[in-house]
Design a protein around this ligand. Structure first.
Ligand code: PMP
Length: 432
């Protein structure tokens, strides 16, 4: 009794760890045992676990003035808004702060629906956009949806298929063809839903917790064209992909994609404190300045969190994003060696966001790979992660439970990558 509750989908087979300390890419439990944190604690601690610069900035702000309401100005908040729009793609002018990723997406929904005077949002199957009442209705991961049906608003939105080759209905010979087919399908969904009823399309530029999959070449060019043609705004959910995770400040920059809104959370403060928000285009920024914000949240843009974010941005710019670019090839080539294992179906990702998918890529009816109802008790991926845990490395659990996600802090070294991937190989060997 008296313990903090753990969401059922996150509960590992073993007793949950009690982590009490962290240093760089490593965390330590209450018995002093060391683990390489190759999931950055839910893809959050991008800067690593011991950034004194961030701690100092938070302390300094808390000592000056702990909280300033969103109706007043604060230098840390203003500076952060300026820096975020400078790092985002061109023509993004304003930031609306929030607290969590779900709430940032709720905020973005409110803004685009207000601006467009249209109710529907388009999202992808196998996406994650949050678990709150509104954002939960956007989430398109089938296994999570079955839970969210009870806990989020009746959707009223529309879903479309992601450009995935081995579990979608597309039949393409090349990645380019896959991108074309998936974009054609999107256009079909829009025409059937009625373009005038759609305010925006939300998408992760590189799908995160649902499997670290980048889009095929040309796909996002078509998506942008289709949105423009039908007057649909494009919202990039960068809750995982932002702040260096994919080798640039934002994931859209690895796709050369110009969104109308970017939502962010997690990495913005390296999760030293909760902070999230939406960076909006000049057009939306002008609208918000003219009309005012539809709503607000008390702790949105908390000054201590903004101080943490400004300090985290210093650290990212000072070499951590470069570290991802320097080492992503090394991480990829090491992970690709795992394709030798017969049970490894696919290795995918970008930057420091990767997935190893298990199953048989040639099977006609690959229930193990794609059935969201895989019995948790029999799930070999949990066993695999357990083996890795016993060997001192924590990996992420993808959704559906057919994947292991590899998502180290951006400060991870070449040696730490080698150590973690060697453990992953040993764990695959021990499981299958
Ligand atoms: N969007 C994406 C892409 C996410 O991965 C998440 C959380 N993992 C969210 C939104 C929701 O963020 P939060 O849990 O902070 O509400």
């Amino acid at each position: 009794m008296g313990n903090a509750a753990i969401p059922h989908w996150y509960e590992p087979k073993h007793e949950p760890d009690t982590f009490v300390e962290g240093e760089g890419a490593r965390v330590y439990n209450d018995e002093g045992e060391e683990y390489l944190d190759f999931v950055s604690q839910l893809y959050c601690v991008n800067a690593g676990h011991s950034q004194q610069h961030i701690v100092d900035a938070m302390t300094e702000q808390a000592e000056k003035i702990p909280y300033v309401s969103s109706g007043s100005r604060n230098p840390q908040r203003d500076r952060l808004a300026r820096r975020l729009t400078e790092k985002a793609p061109p023509n993004m002018s304003n930031v609306v702060f929030s607290i969590s990723g779900s709430e940032a997406n709720e905020t973005a929904m409110q803004i685009v629906r207000d601006y467009q005077d249209a109710p529907k949002i388009l999202t992808r199957w196998r996406s994650y956009h949050g678990a709150t009442y509104g954002a939960g209705a956007l989430t398109g991961e089938p296994s999570t949806r079955t839970v969210l049906e009870k806990h989020s608003a009746a959707s009223g939105h529309a879903k479309f298929l992601p450009p995935l080759d081995f579990c979608g209905p597309f039949d393409a010979d090349t990645p380019e063809e896959l991108g074309e087919q998936a974009a054609d399908h999107l256009e079909w969904v829009i025409r059937n839903e009625g373009p005038d009823s759609i305010a925006a399309l939300f998408t992760e530029p590189i799908a995160g917790s649902s499997g670290a999959y980048p889009a095929p070449p040309g796909y996002f060019d078509r998506v942008r064209e289709i949105c423009d043609e039908h007057d649909i705004l494009l919202v990039a959910d960068e809750v995982i992909t932002g702040f260096g995770r994919c080798g640039e400040w934002f994931g859209v920059q690895t796709e050369d994609l110009q969104p109308d809104v970017i939502t962010f959370a997690k990495g913005v403060t390296s999760s030293y404190a909760p902070l999230a928000g939406a960076i909006v285009s000049e057009e939306l920024g002008d609208y918000l300045e003219r009309e005012g914000l539809p709503v607000g949240q008390t702790f949105a843009g908390h000054p201590v969190s903004c101080a943490a974010a400004n300090a985290a941005m210093d650290v990212y710019g000072d070499g951590l994003i470069r570290n991802v670019r320097d080492l992503e090839g090394h991480l990829e080539s090491h992970l690709r060696e795992l394709e030798e294992f017969p049970k490894v179906a696919e290795v995918r990702g970008r930057g420091f966001l990767w997935s190893v998918d298990f199953g048989d890529p040639d099977a006609e009816d690959n229930a193990f790979l794609f059935d969201p109802r895989v019995d948790e008790g029999d799930n070999p991926i949990e066993t695999l992660r357990e083996h890795a845990h016993d060997r001192g490395v924590v990996f992420g659990a993808g959704r559906p439970d057919t994947q292991v996600l590899i998502c180290p802090p951006l400060c991870a070294t070449r040696e730490e990558i080698d150590e973690a991937v060697d453990v992953l190989a040993e764990s695959i060997d021990a499981t299958f």
